[in-house]
Design a protein around this ligand. Structure first.
Ligand code: KE4
Length: 432
């Protein structure tokens, strides 16, 4: 029995039963609260900025199903569009005009994307882009950054972030050496280490893949010049630059981090927001590269539910809602108020902390920082983060259950929600 002030009887019952049915009782590891401890809450329903668990407790939600809910959960216009689409069926396994509509919206929005392929998850998008970058350059090696997470395909499970970092896994058994022998890693924000890798592996590196704003090692922003430096290095060494914008796409800006920072990669992966909460992923980029993807070219990749009408419908409506004037100004304003407020409260209550936000993405580390890379992030007091997470949860605020994740706001979050969250944070931090 977990010592908790909120009633979680039904969550405990459901979660206990789940243990015998699914590994760890979950469909994705980070949901098990392993690193923050305590009873994971079992959701019953979500709406706008809020969650209700199976015990009837309400929470202000800053996970937003890990990013997709940027318009708020179950937005009425998204739900209405899905009801209409449902009448026409759930999956075609064939071309639909809806794919054209969402593809045009993505191509119009994201600077690097001239052509796009839809898949069903961010992992699939990163798998597809990996094979494509290798085929286009005829090189096998890639550079990724410590703490970045690009889904759970073998090649990327090297010093990965998100759940791998959360669980402190040394990477994963079952991944053959051959699958990771071509994966080179460097510290985020360290251009010199990237240049050294290019020098040591001349003409062997297909490309560099990164989260342009890291969300899977906690929130880590790129240092000034870092993204520009990677663009120059990849040009210099004949390699491709790939932005994994599964998390940052349509969140950091409508055109993603690449629009925000003015650095255009050769290829981009997307997910989360473009599906409006339904399973979706995408990869896209320069036409000369994307034209290699089957059946236009020889690079094979496929998917039964890719481009399915429901995910396309939810994605189209979500992006339409994001196009409303002032959306990103609002997201910036409320998220800055939240992040700045949390840091100020930590300072006033005597806790070493650092962090920040960019648009609707934020993070807080319990370390004095600054945090420029994963090694810095690992200096955080994760035990204190766990107590903070539990304290916030018991007072009705749901944060990502790991120090090595980012926080997400939506345009359903109100000023009152932010003020309430900061009041709760002051209460919790005063007794951490
Ligand atoms: P999915 O396969 O989970 O749809 O996407 C993988 C992925 C790829 N790239 C980036 C930058 C990502 O953030 C993700 C997935 N993000 C995690 C949250 N850190 C998903 C949540 C989870 O694993 O349960």
């Amino acid at each position: 029995m977990v010592n908790t002030t909120i009633k979680t009887t039904k969550s405990q019952e459901v979660f206990a039963a789940a243990q015998n049915l699914m590994p760890g009782g979950v469909s994705s590891p980070v949901r098990a609260f392993k690193s923050v401890g305590g009873q994971p809450i079992v959701f019953d329903r979500v709406k706008g900025a809020y969650i209700w668990d199976v015990d009837g407790n309400q929470y202000i939600d800053y996970v937003g199903t890990w990013g997709p809910a940027i318009c708020g959960h179950a937005h009425p216009e998204v739900i209405a569009a899905l009801h209409e689409a449902l009448e026409k069926g759930t999956s075609f396994g064939a071309p639909s005009a809806l794919e054209n509509v969402l593809a045009e919206m993505v191509i119009d929005a994201v600077p690097s994307i001239e052509m796009v392929r839809f898949v069903n998850s961010g992992t699939e998008a990163c798998m597809g882009v990996l094979r494509l970058m290798r085929a286009f350059t005829n090189r096998d090696k890639i550079i990724k950054f410590e703490g970045c997470y690009h889904g759970h395909a073998d090649t990327f499970l090297v010093k990965a972030g998100s759940g791998v970092a959360t669980l402190g896994l040394p990477d994963s058994p079952g991944v053959p050496k051959a699958a990771t022998s071509t994966t080179l890693t460097a510290p985020f924000n360290d251009l010199e280490s990237v240049k050294a890798l290019f020098e040591e592996n001349r003409d062997e590196i297909a490309g560099v893949i990164l989260e342009p704003v890291v969300g899977n090692a906690g929130f880590i922003a790129p240092d000034a010049g870092f993204l520009e430096g990677l663009r120059e290095l990849t040009h210099e060494y004949g390699a491709l630059l790939v932005f994994d914008e599964v998390m940052t796409g349509f969140r950091i800006a409508y055109g993603g981090a690449q629009e925000k920072f003015g650095v255009t990669p050769d290829l981009t992966t997307l997910g989360k927001v473009i599906g409006g909460g339904l399973p979706v992923g995408a990869y896209g980029g320069r036409r000369d590269i994307m034209s290699m993807v089957a059946p236009a070219g020889p690079v094979y990749q496929a998917g039964t539910l890719s481009g399915n009408p429901l995910a396309m419908t939810a994605g189209i409506k979500t992006l339409e809602l994001l196009q409303k004037p002032g959306t990103y100004d609002y997201l910036e304003r409320i998220t800055k108020k939240l992040a700045d407020g949390l840091l100020q409260i930590a300072k006033e209550t005597g806790h070493a902390a650092c962090g920040g936000q960019i648009s609707a993405m934020f993070g807080l580390f319990f370390t004095s920082g600054p945090v420029h890379n994963y090694e810095d992030a690992k200096k955080s007091d994760t035990a204190k983060f766990g107590r903070f997470h539990r304290g916030m949860l018991e007072r009705g605020v749901y944060l990502a259950p790991s120090q090595f994740e980012a926080g997400f706001t939506s345009f359903a979050h109100t000023e009152e929600d932010i003020d309430q969250t900061l009041a709760v944070a002051r209460d919790v931090m005063s007794s951490l």
